[in-house]
Design a binder for this molecule. Structure first.
Ligand code: DLL
Length: 453
């Protein structure tokens, strides 16, 4: 199911990562047994929501869903969806199924406007979270004892502490460096010799850049495995990071409302991310109508938690657009696979009628002659039409009199491969801001008014 350009299989000849031991236990249970486990856990999740969250109980009653009367997973479809605004409307703790003094941790995501989205965990929730991050890392070939350089941000963001807890659970020592201070990151990678790097893909690239500027070759470091996620990234970006660092890069997905990192992760076959179905129920729906879409087609991912005590989430609309496959993976895991998440519904640009995600354009730009993998999109309104301006940095050392040619080449390929007409400006190396966490790819200069038709 991967794109043709993806390395589909683990290549022992080029990777520093030895193949991990084959999966066992819950990761390989039959799909029937998995469904039975899900039904049992769904019932207790509904019971938890019914007993402890008045807002959830009212919705369950209105939909005629009695926790103990649920006989099949499909009955869940009677329940309306949850959306991010439900968390905001019940700010801060209104959807929690446990009082604050029974919690072990609170995280929050800031969002660009309004109140943050607040999520809570019991001690047991943290244990299950760490277990799933540990499972994700082990599936990518991380072994107990591997030193983990964790450059995800620590704090309210779930990336830092989530990856940290999972690595420790697996038996790995962690360097809790967090994001930022990139020169120091490079120095510690060379001095401490971590085998694993946890970071957003854009920050992994920023680390690679600074290393190169300092004359440091990360391919000579002990780094072998990257656990990269928290933002969309293309196959081209994966190749770029791997070529410059010698790392084998794995895609890890998650969201704070559901848990944090480790909801799904690639195994060494890197042909989709295994979604951990013993803890989550995944659905895919048409983002406009909410109607389920058949397997293989693109849709919005909807997730129900099956084991969360503090914050049970029922049919949460993630806004993330992807595809699902229940075909068995060559690794032997039976858990379904989520295709690389190309982008969020909210990030989709509609340029002269063509729907496009930033990561699709990234896939065209990265690796083109003269271009560095640092870019941003500026969307402007031109009368009733949206206009896209792509700003992309030139490769260091590329002659300035070659910028116009590089821009023309990029414009041509974006048009012919994606069908979008864009203005392309090639700017000097270092001119665009670098991320220390999630990259901001789009500057939207349109007024919030809808375009007249
Ligand atoms: O980003 C959790 C996380 C941390 C995941 C570290 C992976 C690694 P939030 O800040 O709540 O949580 O943002 C969640 O980020 O709905 C997606 O839109 C996006 N996202 C997360 N992982 C991926 C990925 C963390 N691998 C939102 N590919 C999600 C594409 C991703 N998008």
């Amino acid at each position: 199911m991967g794109a043709a350009t993806e390395p589909r299989h683990f290549d022992a000849a080029t990777s520093k990562v030895p193949a991990p031991p084959p999966p066992t236990g819950v990761e390989t249970m039959s799909r029937d047994a998995l469904a039975a486990l899900q039904l049992e856990r769904l019932r207790s999740t509904l019971r938890n929501a019914w007993d402890h969250v008045p807002w959830q109980r009212a919705r369950l009653e209105a939909a005629g869903v009695q926790p103990d009367a649920l006989t099949q997973l499909e009955d869940l479809r009677r329940l309306p969806f949850m959306v991010k605004d439900d968390l905001r409307a019940n700010y801060p703790f209104g959807l929690f199924a446990r009082p604050v003094d029974e919690l072990a941790r609170v995280h929050a995501s800031s969002g660009t406007t309004g109140k943050p989205t607040v999520v809570g965990y019991t001690r047991g929730d943290l244990e299950r979270w760490h277990e799933l991050v540990a499972r994700s890392m082990a599936g990518a070939g991380v072994r107990p004892g591997d030193l983990v350089h964790n450059a995800y941000g620590y704090g309210l963001f779930t990336g830092g502490l989530g990856a940290h807890g999972g690595a420790e659970r697996l038996g790995c020592p962690v360097v809790p460096i967090s994001g930022g201070g990139t020169e120091r990151q490079v120095a510690l990678i060379m001095d401490f010799g971590p085998r694993v790097l946890c970071a957003t893909p854009s920050y992994a690239l920023a680390i690679a850049d600074v290393a190169e500027q300092q004359g440091v070759d990360l391919r000579q470091s002990r780094l072998a495995i990257g656990m990269f996620g928290a933002e969309p990234w293309s196959a081209a970006m994966r190749h770029e990071i791997e070529a410059r660092t010698g790392i084998t890069a794995f895609d890890v997905y998650g969201l704070s409302e559901i848990m944090g990192p480790g909801v799904a992760c690639e195994c060494v076959h890197r042909d989709g991310l295994h979604g951990w179905e013993d803890h989550f129920l995944f659905e895919l729906v048409d983002p406009d109508t909410g109607v389920p879409v058949p397997e293989g087609q693109a849709g919005e991912l909807v997730i129900t938690t099956l084991t969360k005590e503090a914050l049970p989430m029922l049919r949460y609309r993630t806004r993330d657009i992807t595809r699902l496959s229940t075909e068995r993976c060559a690794c032997g895991r039976t858990h379904l696979r989520i295709l690389r998440v190309a982008g969020r519904n909210d990030d989709m640009l509609i340029i002269r009628g063509v729907n496009v995600y930033p990561s699709q354009i990234e896939a065209v730009l990265v690796g083109r002659p003269g271009l560095a993998p640092h870019y941003q999109f500026v969307v402007e309104r031109d009368g009733s039409l949206d206009r896209l301006r792509i700003e992309v940095e030139a490769l260091p050392g590329w002659p300035e009199d070659g910028y116009a040619q590089a821009a023309a080449d990029a414009r041509h390929h974006v048009k012919s491969l994606i069908g979008v007409s864009a203005e392309v400006a090639v700017v000097k190396p270092g001119a665009l801001p670098r991320s220390q966490g999630k990259a901001t790819r789009v500057r939207d200069l349109r007024s919030k008014k809808p375009a007249p038709h």
